[in-house]
Design a protein around this ligand. Structure first.
Ligand SMILES: Cc1cc2nc3c(=O)[nH]c(=O)nc-3n(C[C@H](O)[C@H](O)[C@H](O)COP(=O)(O)O)c2cc1C
Length: 219
């Protein structure tokens, strides 16, 4: 899997009726279960839905789930409570599995869109009811899967270097892109002109501020 796959992935919400081949469904499931998980708990299960009535019902499970009703197939990504070693992490694990499915689908030219379900209880209840899930199995998300009728243009300009911080969050550097320009050291002389005075340092500094503590915040 190359980095191009990551950059090629885009949410697809309009599909042809062409079914998804069994070998492709198998790839998506293998990719999902290759994901990392906390304590390697692998608490996931998946429900593949290709029944038109069930797809229609699932398309009403969440406010923006309509792509499921236009897709030949949907995958419900589920968490099995009985398999959870570290239950607080279940959503992260299933998010990793979900992303693997999206990327594997992209590698086969198949379109997908992630439909958020958890942690909204009403959406979880609707999916649980539609899929007849036992109480021990929680729905995390739905993925609409199909061959794209139209493939949306990938949005460029999403990369923002100013969102990247190095060695801590240094908002004091303002517009300086932390990942690109080195941060000027406080110990180096300023490039623009010399100061005529400087705050005292070392032992003298400690004595000075002990007697004038109101100045120390500006030092
Ligand atoms: C947690 C999560 C929930 C999402 N829920 C929905 C949804 O309910 N309906 C939908 O059409 N897209 C949903 N999306 C897809 C986002 O809208 C989409 O990823 C985003 O607009 C960026 O577009 P891109 O995927 O084409 O890069 C969801 C994505 C994530 C990660």
């Amino acid at each position: 899997m190359t980095a191009n796959l990551i950059f090629d992935r885009v949410s697809v919400r309009d599909f042809t009726g062409e079914p998804i081949k069994m070998e492709d469904q198998d790839l998506l499931m293998r990719a999902a279960m290759a994901a990392p998980s906390a304590m390697n708990q692998q608490c996931w299960e998946f429900c593949i839905v290709d029944d038109i009535k069930m797809l229609e019902e699932l398309s009403h499970a969440a406010p923006y789930a309509s792509p499921v009703g236009r897709a030949p197939l949907a995958i419900a990504v589920l968490g099995n409570i009985g398999l959870m070693k570290t239950p607080m992490m279940w959503q992260q694990d299933l998010a990793a599995a979900t992303q693997n499915i999206l990327l594997a689908a992209t590698s086969r030219g198949i379109g997908t869109v992630w439909i958020g379900i958890a942690p909204h209880q009403d959406r979880m209840d609707a999916v649980s009811k539609a899929l007849n899930l036992p109480d021990s199995v929680k729905p995390f998300c739905l993925i609409a899967v199909g061959h794209p009728r139209t493939r949306p243009e990938h949005k460029d300009g999403r990369y923002k270097p100013e969102r990247v911080h190095r060695n801590g969050y240094r908002s004091r550097c303002g517009d300086d892109a932390i990942g690109i320009r080195p941060i000027p050291s406080r110990n180096k002389p300023r490039p623009e002109g010399r100061r005529l005075w400087r705050w005292p340092g070392g032992r003298f500094r400690r004595i000075f501020f002990r007697h004038a503590p109101f100045l120390s915040r500006t030092a």
